[in-house]
Design a protein around this ligand. Structure first.
Ligand SMILES: *Cc1c(COP(=O)(O)O)cnc(C)c1O
Length: 379
């Protein structure tokens, strides 16, 4: 089954009781038992729910995995993966991580005795000196936020497996429409389904997908024991969102490409960060592991001041100034004040997050309307 069919039919079947085409929302905390300990299938809502289960199967299907798990948020899904580790274990990760992931690693798990190495992984050889007998996990994002760096998943997977390490890939930005990390050698795929998978800016949700049964069993144990599950209503919304993922992503990519080129040619714009440009440092890797380049774009202005960036984001009318990404509506963000404000200015500028940097999540509106909006804000 091809991807564009899987989003609609993959591991999804009409409901057995009445043939409902969409999985019903089983809004229940518990399930009647015929005799003590004899359940039909489910015993308690934290351990399992048919609507959540339908979503978990869909997650697995679209990521070419075997087992899916749904969580109450993206960071809850990351939290579950980190709970596979023990005190003394070490993790290698990127130096331009999503801010919430960075906070979870440094403010929660460091206190539990886990050590993190934040390394620039656009050049993979940088990670080799950090591998030792305590290393257990490599955690990457690609493209990264907000600089759109690209990491070679096949190469990281080869190194991970040579050293018996788990490789987890946060696939939130690319989505399985563009990139399928398990096929490239990753062991775990993680999603903030809040973004493109949900796609309508109406829920907070996380997901994990794996192929290995033993790993799935451990993660399921953690999901149930720690309890960061998502509810049946949100599971239904995510299922509905995923049905149109391929159609939305196609338009996100088309609009993204048009806007990236428009910005690149604009006299007031300095740099445009988008992996589809041939002069992007890892364009060849993006081409080899992604089927297209997505709708996330960052850019700086030639004036290069905080005021110039504020002026532009305030003048935008169709692009809403907001956190988050991946919804049908276009959003603009100012990383230095918003998503990356917690990182000291000097550190932030080392990875390229200047005061004049603006990040766009290009939506699926009319391309000409979006370009006109940028034109009036820039001019
Ligand atoms: C939003 C996001 C997360 C966290 O997900 P939540 O659903 O907000 O908890 C993790 N990684 C990336 C890349 C994100 O964009």
């Amino acid at each position: 089954m091809k991807f564009n069919t899987k989003t609609i039919h993959g591991k999804q079947h009409p409901d057995k009781a009445y043939g409902a085409v969409m999985p019903p929302i089983y809004q229940t905390s518990t399930y009647a038992q015929n005799s003590p300990g004899k359940t039909l299938k489910y015993a308690y809502g934290r351990s399992g729910n048919p609507t959540r289960h339908a979503l978990e199967n869909t997650f697995a299907s679209i990521e070419n995995g075997e087992y899916g798990l749904a969580f109450g948020s993206g960071v809850a899904a990351i939290d579950a993966v980190l709970k596979l580790l023990s005190p003394g274990d070490e993790v290698i990760t990127t130096n331009d991580l999503y801010g919430g992931t960075y906070r979870l690693f440094t403010k929660i798990f460091e206190d539990f005795g886990i050590k993190f190495h934040f390394v620039g992984l656009a050049n993979i050889s940088n990670m080799i000196p950090f591998i030792n007998e305590n290393t257990k996990l490599i955690w990457i994002e690609t493209p990264t936020n907000p600089m759109m760096n690209i990491i070679d998943i096949r190469e990281v997977a080869a190194i991970a497996h040579d050293h018996n390490l788990l490789l987890a890939v946060d696939n939130t930005f690319a989505t399985p429409y563009l990139q399928q990390p398990l096929d490239l050698g990753a062991d775990i795929v993680m999603h903030s389904a809040t973004k493109y998978l949900g796609g309508h800016s109406d829920l907070i949700m996380g997901g994990l997908v794996v192929r290995d049964k033993a790993l799935a069993d451990r993660l399921y144990f953690i999901q149930n024991a720690s309890g960061a599950i998502c509810g049946p209503q949100d599971s239904f919304l995510a299922l509905r969102g995923i049905k149109t993922l391929h159609v939305r992503m196609q338009r996100h990519c088309e609009n993204g490409k048009a806007i990236a080129h428009y910005l690149k040619d604009h006299p007031k714009v300095d740099k445009v960060y988008w992996p589809g440009f041939e002069d992007h440092p890892n364009h060849h890797i993006a081409k080899s592991q992604m089927s297209d380049f997505g709708g996330m774009i960052s850019f700086t202005t030639k004036e290069d001041t905080l005021a110039s960036a504020y002026d532009i984001v305030k003048k935008l009318k169709l692009f809403t100034l907001a956190e988050s990404l991946g919804g049908v509506e276009s959003l603009a963000g100012h990383p230095a004040t918003m998503t990356h404000a917690a990182i000291p200015k000097a550190e932030r500028e080392k990875i390229g997050v200047k005061d004049s940097l603006i990040r766009l999540s290009v939506g699926i509106e009319d391309e000409e309307d979006l370009i006109n909006d940028l034109r009036q804000a820039l001019d």
